[in-house]
Design a protein around this ligand. Structure first.
Ligand SMILES: Nc1ncnc2c1ncn2[C@@H]1O[C@H](COP(=O)(O)OP(=O)(O)OP(=O)(O)O)[C@@H](O)[C@H]1O
Ligand SMILES: N[C@@H](CCO)C(=O)O
Length: 293
């Protein structure tokens, strides 16, 4: 059995803790019961010894497996990781979602995607990454009474993501500490109206509206100042034809959305100007969590 979950880009400018979309870059896990516990990692994190012992996936998996079965059982886990860690591409959400889904599969209990999403909220209290990780596509999400309420929009094939991935890790909880504790009414209204416009533009497929809509006064600038080259990344992306260009999650990745025909040129310009950063063109993902039995 293989369980896979896509990378996600959250916030999308003004939609702090509420907007996110999925891209076609997946972490996969295979597992089966075994006499001894073992973890093997291929791809991202394969040289990180800490992940073989104190692994977020394993602790969440064990918690759910014992809750569901009231039993203890060792498993052999093999991880194939493509999502870089702590770069704003939802690596923690992918791990949380795949651990919860895997535990249910191991216990032979079928569960809805919505239920998995609500379980995931326990480990990541903002829904903007976990929602597209489970559902795929573009999502707007909120929390009421410890449950996620969300709406999804499929993203068309003629759009691509161009992501610039710096080497620098930005830990989400640390990066939240640099944000203001409160916002003025003016800035709150600014973000509220820009978020609403961004959502409407996605649902109406008015891609040309996104550049104006996806402006933010809550978090981007403060975070980008910790890696000032990101201001130039955004400028070059827009000059090269990006439809929107925003910090991905809490960074350090910069996410741009572009028409298929423009994506290669945008990526080439970004590669030329920022040879120290990885640049990838990715499809959008509309599937989210996939369980291959
Ligand atoms: N493949 C993985 N295996 C085990 N743990 C992982 C894996 N990927 C991420 N993690 C855990 O998640 C942490 C990274 O979470 P963090 O929220 O900082 O980054 P992110 O989810 O990539 O970024 P963002 O939330 O901004 O998109 C890592 O330090 C590690 O504990
Ligand atoms: N909304 C989150 C996304 C990163 O997990 C943040 O900006 O901190």
């Amino acid at each position: 059995m293989i369980i896979s979950v896509p990378a996600t880009s959250a916030n999308l400018g003004p939609g702090f803790d509420s907007l996110g979309l999925a891209v076609d870059l997946r972490n996969r896990v295979e597992f089966h019961p075994s006499k001894f516990f073992s973890v093997s990692i291929k791809g991202e994190g394969e040289n990180n010894a800490r992940l073989k012992g104190n692994n977020l996936f394993v602790s969440i998996f064990n918690e759910h497996y014992s809750r569901l079965t009231k039993k203890k059982q060792n498993f052999k886990f093999t991880f194939y990781n493509s999502i870089p860690m702590s770069r704003g591409l939802g690596s923690s959400s992918a791990v949380i979602v795949s651990a919860i889904a895997s535990a249910h599969e191991a216990a032979n209990i079928r569960v809805s995607k919505r239920r998995i999403l609500n379980h995931a909220l326990v480990y990541e209290p903002h829904p903007d990454n976990i929602t597209p990780a489970v559902m795929g596509g573009f999502n707007v999400a909120t929390i009421e009474k410890n449950k996620v309420f969300s709406q999804k929009k499929h993203l068309p094939d003629y759009l691509k993501a161009v992501v610039v991935i710096p080497n620098k890790q930005m830990n989400t909880s640390k990066s939240r500490t640099i944000l203001p504790k409160s916002y003025s009414k003016e800035n709150a209204v600014y973000n509220l109206s820009h978020t609403a416009l961004t959502v409407a533009a996605f649902f109406n497929e008015d891609w040309e509206m996104l550049k104006l809509a996806a402006q933010d006064r809550f978090h981007q600038k403060a975070r980008m100042k910790t890696l000032p080259e990101l201001f130039s990344v955004q400028k070059v992306a827009y000059e090269s034809g990006a439809l929107m260009s925003t910090l991905s999650g809490s960074g350090s990745t910069f996410f741009s959305l572009a028409y298929d025909d423009d994506a290669a040129m945008i990526a080439n310009r970004l590669k030329q100007k920022f040879p120290e950063f990885a640049v990838k063109i990715l499809d959008f993902d509309n599937s989210g969590l996939i369980i291959e039995r």
